[in-house]
Write a protein that binds this ligand. Structure first.
Ligand code: PEP
Ligand code: MN
Length: 264
């Protein structure tokens, strides 16, 4: 069902209020790795509004490699995130980690993110097949392109056709970067499926200085959007500060992404 053989026309998702994701426009989703506080959200939302960005990413349920790391503000954080975003015309992309959260989160989310550690959580994918909200599925940490497509097929065949695929880097033998951003996946996915394809260069390379060039490369490779981490003070971020852009870097990247997209 996610194949171009089944549907030739590219899928474009309508998030409401003039926000679309899919072929024909560049979708930019920026925001902190973790939602931390009202003050933090206010700053980043001002930054997004100033730069004409309509989508904000930010986790309230965080899948951390260590149980002692910050694990997110949970539903209280999401409710505040939703309230503040609504007031500014911003749409929310946030991670759902388990089946029981799907219903709880539903009314406060614009796009459910399935994280790389949950790409093959088939119960979660089944549950998301039953909701009427877009789902962004990240490629698994050691997942193949075919496995990502198969995960998308779970949600689609369950009845939810509102899907976005995300290349976020995979684990390889290379240790110089956090992950290896597999830009090969972009043209391959674009050819194989009718679904929107986005790139997450923050998790893809994991090093702040290299996030912008990889974002631009992702656009030239054919991505319909870029999802990246931004924070007023990356060095103070509760998670993933090392791969998070500050507002000056983020503003420059937004401008450059638009220029590069126009060259395609
Ligand atoms: C995130 O988006 O902050 C995140 C945890 O991503 P991933 O699942 O790709 O590691
Ligand atoms: Mn992160």
């Amino acid at each position: 069902l996610v194949s171009r053989k089944w549907r030739v026309r590219p899928t474009v998702l309508d998030l409401g209020d003039g926000v679309y994701i899919g072929e024909g426009q560049l979708s930019i989703a920026a925001g902190p790795c973790s939602i931390e506080s009202e003050a933090q959200m206010e700053k980043i939302m001002d930054h997004l509004v100033e730069n004409g960005v309509r989508l904000m990413r930010g986790g309230v349920f965080k899948p951390r490699s260590s149980p002692y790391s910050f694990r997110g503000l949970g539903m209280d954080g999401l409710k505040l995130f939703h309230q503040m975003a609504r007031a500014r015309g911003i749409k929310i992309v946030t991670e759902v980690m388990q089946v029981s959260q799907v219903e709880e989160m539903h009314d406060y989310v614009d796009v459910f993110q399935v994280g790389a550690r949950n790409t093959q959580n088939f119960n979660l994918l089944d549950a998301l097949g039953g909701v009427d909200k877009p789902v962004l599925i990240k490629r698994g940490i050691s997942g193949t392109i075919e496995e990502l497509l198969s995960s998308a097929e779970y949600v689609f065949s369950g009845g939810n056709e509102k899907l976005i695929l995300c290349e976020r880097g995979i684990r390889t033998f290379e240790t110089a970067s956090r992950n290896t951003l597999d830009l090969n996946a972009v043209p391959i996915l674009k050819e194989k499926t009718h679904l929107p394809v986005v790139v997450d260069p923050s998790h893809g390379i994991g090093i702040r200085e290299y996030v912008a060039p990889m974002a631009l490369a992702g656009i030239m490779a054919g991505a319909d959007g870029i999802l990246y981490e931004a924070h007023e003070k990356p060095e103070e971020a509760a998670s993933d500060g090392q791969q998070t852009l500050n507002f000056a870097e983020s503003a420059r990247l937004i401008q450059n992404m638009r220029k590069v997209y126009a060259l395609r």
